[in-house]
Each structure stands twice: as C-alpha cells, then as structure tokens.
Write a protein of this length. Structure first.
Length: 320
C-alpha cells in the first residue's frame, strides 16, 4: 500500500498538528515495513558502515542464541543493540537479506530445518516453513545467503549427514532445488556459513574445522558450483574460535564467531584485519539489511525538515 499526499504545498499552510498528520500520509508502507533498496545504496555490498539514518537504515543483523533475540551489531565498534525476540528457541541460525526481506535459517537439535521471514524492526516471525529436498525434510542445514537472484543454502544431501556438503537454491516456500554435491571435490567439506561477494559475483563459504586440525578455511564458489577456489586459512587460535556465518559489506568480509564472542573483519581474500569483542551472548548468523524507521520517527524527521525549510524561508524574507 502506498499513500502520498495529493497537495504537498498545502502542508506548509497547516498548523503543527495537521502537519504531522499530513506527513504520515506520505509514508510508503511496504510488506512488513521492509523496502528492497530504499536509499539507493544497492543493498548488501553497497552503502557500508555509516550509510544509515538516526532512526533507520542499513544494519548488520545477527541472532543471540542465549536469548533468542534478533540484534544489530555496529560493524565499526561491535556494539550490540537488541531489536526484539524471535519468539522461538534458537540452536543454530544463519541469516540472509533477499529482495528486501530478512530471512533466518534455523537448525534445531531434532526435526527439520526451518526458513523464517523476520520483521527487521521487531524480530517477530512473519512466516515459517520447513526446508525440504527431493521430497524429504532437510535436518542438517548451515549457510544461507542471497546471490542477488535467489537464496542459496548449504545443507546435507544425505551422502554425509554430519556435514553441509551440498549447495542448493532455496525457495521462500522451503523447497531446495538446483542441488550440487560438493563432496566429490572435498569429502569433508562443511558449509558452516555462506556469503556472496557482489564485486565478483562469487559465493564464499567458510568451514570451521575443530581439533585436531584447528583451522578455519575460506573458499570461493564460482558460477559453476563445481568450481571451488581456496581463498585463505586461519588458525583456530586467539582471537579465532568458531566462525558460523559471513557477510560482505563493500569490500570487507565480516565473520561472526560464537566461540570467541567476536566479529572479525577480513579483507576480500580472507585475511584478518580486525577483531571486535562483542557483548555477552552467543551470536549466530549475519545479514546486512535495511531497518525502516517507525512511522512516528519518519513523521518527526519529515516534520523537522519541513520546519527547517519554513524557518529558512522566513529568514530569507526578513532579510530582503
């Protein structure tokens, strides 16, 4: 639904209370309060830290497993802000921003994985579907991202139920299609997290390998899913613990680490450049998405702009 004031010139002639009401009629209402690219920054990979407004804008989302809350992380400082509760238990989560909507892939201890659509302004679940492939529920699923055209998922194709060793396209109805089995290239591959580099058009996977190997591998996946290129490897020593998801913002690659409680900042090729200590919590999933200001905040911001312009006009008239 879109409502736009029919006569914007009339707003300046109305009293303050009427101005606020008139401003409200110019607010664009989009499904769940979400817009695909409202500030023209190009979405994920565009904008970058600081490209938002005081009441809304691009945010780095994550989920705190200990509380079940959707949170935002300041990518420059690591500061945590709670958005709101998902209202459901969280064991493992991956996030993705796709077509102006925030999605979460939840893997439970038992039962099939679920794809949730979340309200980025409240954390509330808008919809929930079970993930299925080839007529069967998917129980092992890690890694969720958008390649600009579709959601992509890392999951177990059944060849090795312990690892997310296959890559597929995930519909918003929960059905997985266009599956590529990656295990022939690497029998132990496990897509713990997925990201998409808009500069190269390549998917990037991360695999945290615990003891005795103790390392985190990053690799690129080209347009042909069978083409995997090794990017970098980090030792699992301080500050690296266990990375569960990654996200590109501009040319920087961000990685969320639930074991060390940090947000790592990496170069485009996977080299560690910074590591930010987060607040108490256990954070899973990363997505660079847009939080639309509340209608009240939008009205106040617009009203402030109208008032400022009116004052400037009065000042200009008095000096002439």
């Amino acid at each position: 639904m879109v409502r736009v004031c029919s006569d914007r010139r009339a707003v300046a002639r109305r009293p303050a209370g009427a101005i606020a009401a008139a401003v409200l009629c110019s607010i664009t209402a989009v499904h769940a309060g979400i817009q695909s690219d409202p500030d023209g920054s190009g979405g994920p990979g565009g904008g970058g830290p600081g490209s938002d407004t005081p009441s809304g804008g691009w945010r780095l989302f994550s989920v705190d497993r200990t509380t079940g809350d959707l949170v935002t992380i300041d990518p420059g400082t690591g500061a945590i802000s709670v958005v709101g509760s998902l209202g459901t238990a969280v064991h493992d989560a991956d996030l993705a921003w796709h077509n102006g909507r925030l999605y979460a892939l939840l893997r439970d201890v038992t039962g099939p994985a679920r794809l949730l659509e979340l309200n980025p302004g409240s954390g509330a679940v808008i919809s929930s579907v079970h993930v299925a492939w080839n007529g069967s529920p998917v129980t092992v699923a890690e890694g969720l991202t958008s390649d600009g055209n579709a959601l992509r998922i890392g999951f177990s194709s059944g060849a090795n139920t312990a690892f997310s060793n296959a890559l597929g396209t995930l519909g918003t109805d929960g059905l997985v299609t266009s599956v590529a089995d990656l295990s022939p290239l690497n029998p132990l591959i496990d897509l713990d997290g997925l990201g998409w580099n808009p500069a190269t058009g390549a998917l990037v996977g991360v695999d945290t390998i615990m003891a005795p190997v103790d390392r985190v591998d990053f690799f690129s996946i080209g347009n042909d899913p069978q083409a995997i290129g090794f990017m970098a490897s980090l030792d699992r020593s301080a500050p690296i613990g266990a990375i569960n998801d990654i996200e590109f913002i501009g040319s920087s690659l961000y990685a969320i680490d639930h074991l060390s409680g940090r947000l790592h900042v990496l170069s485009e090729d996977g080299g560690l450049t910074d590591s930010l200590l987060l607040g108490s919590g256990s954070y899973f999933g990363l997505a660079w998405g847009y939080m639309v200001p509340s209608p009240g905040a939008m009205a106040l911001l617009a009203l402030a702009g109208i008032t400022g312009r009116a004052r400037r006009r009065r000042g200009s008239a008095g000096s002439s």
